[in-house]
Write a new protein. Structure first.
Length: 174
């Protein structure tokens, strides 16, 4: 089963009341760098693949682009690398929809070892809804917005993960 077909059968985050859970992903050998662990760029690949699965649930995937002429662009992303991932480690991403308005989605993703559960990395993302003809932000259609709002309400009842709003800074000197 492909990630996209599996995502179509994955629970709706609004129905479950928890974060969206991606399909289990495997680390590809070419993603391992000379340090013997997952290269930083491929964390973003896995976060992006998981978001693509969520987009299918929200109704804003590739078919949406074809039918509505709209898509999404990432405006900002902050990744924290917390524990190394190695070849052979199965991983899964939990996605929390923190907030939404007529043109934006604020997401927080947690990449975890799929069988052991430990946290490897997080990513906080601001995504924009784009009219692809004008290449400018545009409001979500009302039916899509209703789905997004239902998911945001469901996710609001879940404890917020640690690390939201983190900023890069040097440790305070003692």
């Amino acid at each position: 089963m492909t990630a996209q077909s599996e995502a179509k059968t994955t629970h709706s985050p609004a129905d479950r009341g928890g974060p969206f859970l991606s399909s289990i992903m495997q680390i590809e050998p070419q993603w391992i760098d000379y340090n013997g662990h997952l290269n930083m760029a491929y964390y973003n690949v896995m976060f992006d693949r998981a978001i693509d699965e969520l987009w299918l649930v929200l109704g804003i995937g590739p078919d949406y682009k074809k039918s509505h002429g709209n898509s999404t662009f990432t405006a900002e992303c902050h990744v924290r690398y917390l524990r190394e991932i190695h070849l052979g480690d199965p991983v899964r991403v939990a996605i929390h929809l923190l907030a939404a308005d007529e043109k934006r989605l604020h997401l927080f993703e947690e990449l975890r070892h799929a069988t052991e559960g430990w946290l490897s990395a997080t990513s906080e993302t601001m995504t924009l809804h784009i009219d692809m003809d004008q290449r400018k932000t545009a409001p979500f259609p009302s039916d899509v917005r209703a789905t997004i709002d239902a998911v945001a309400r469901a996710h609001a009842s879940v404890p917020r993960p640690e690390g939201i709003g983190s900023a890069i800074a040097m440790p305070a000197r003692r």
